[in-house]
Design a protein around this ligand. Structure first.
Ligand code: HEC
Length: 142
């Protein structure tokens, strides 16, 4: 009798535990990995340094490999080809931040902790990765 008294609550508890595990797995918030599957090329020395700087300062919004997250757009994207967003756009974005205009993510805050030399390294990473993903310079037509 006492055996049964225990097994039922235990079974219910075990069931609830299992349900909890299942739900937390299904409902887990997405980690900030890239939305788009970016193909990483073999990066030059400068671009590898840039990738590290990028992961530290930009990846939370733009994704590990700049493929975008739920917080920010992909930079390995045709909109950011060098003909439409030249290198100046990157220096400006880091210094002054960006007012939302292309995407529904909101404004980008300035990243004043990143130096111009580091932006140059980030640019090496972005441009080499863009080319590896078929994004090349196109004239600005807007
Ligand atoms: C807090 C989130 C966040 C961080 C951190 C962040 N960005 Fe952004 N960034 C955004 C968002 C959002 C946009 C899109 C704004 C729009 O056009 O709607 C953007 C846009 C840009 C643009 C496009 C600028 C333009 O002229 O349209 C560049 C370039 C850029 N980011 C580079 C960077 C770099 C480099 C870093 C790291 C040093 C960085 N971002 C860090 C959120 C972020």
């Amino acid at each position: 009798m006492s055996f049964q008294k225990f097994t039922l609550p235990l079974a219910v508890l075990a069931g609830l535990g299992g349900l909890y595990l299942l739900l937390s797995y299904v409902l887990a918030p997405a980690t900030p990995t890239d939305v788009f599957d970016v193909k990483l090329p073999k990066l030059s020395q400068k671009a590898s340094v840039g990738h590290e700087v990028f992961k530290e300062n930009c990846a939370a919004c733009h994704g590990e490999n700049a493929g975008g997250t739920e917080q920010g757009p992909p930079l390995i994207h045709d909109i950011y080809n060098p003909g439409h967003h030249g290198d100046q756009a990157f220096y400006r974005a880091v210094r002054q931040g960006v007012r939302a205009h292309h995407w529904p993510f909101g404004d980008m805050p300035s990243q004043s902790q990143v130096s111009n030399a580091e932006v140059a390294e980030i640019l090496a990473f972005i441009r080499e990765t863009q080319v590896a993903n078929g994004i090349t310079s196109k004239p600005h037509k807007m």
